[in-house]
Design a protein around this ligand. Structure first.
Ligand SMILES: [Zn+2]
Length: 87
């Protein structure tokens, strides 16, 4: 099974970053826009299996990428909150 773990990392990091953006709209549309925008600017991280050492490797990579992930989510939140697709 092929999975993009960068998606999980963005999902994990998102609530913490949203805490710093209290005025951000939390509706499903805006959340999906933020995630899509952040993921388009981050490298995909595909693994074909979640067996064995993959979990430890992912934890390492999450630490390694955490600054990039936080930066891209923050950028996406700013863009989406300035241009929401709804009123
Ligand atoms: Zn919204």
């Amino acid at each position: 099974m092929l999975k993009n773990y960068m998606e999980d990392m963005v999902n994990n990091a998102l609530p913490k970053i949203l805490d710093q953006h209290e005025d951000m709209c939390r509706c499903a549309q805006c959340m999906a826009d933020v995630k899509a925008m952040a993921l388009n600017n981050l490298k995909p991280l595909y693994f074909a299996s979640n067996k064995g050492g993959v979990y430890n490797k992912l934890k390492e990579l999450e630490i390694q990428f955490s600054a990039d992930i936080a930066r891209e989510i923050t950028k996406a939140i700013e863009i989406v909150s300035n241009n929401p697709y709804h009123d």
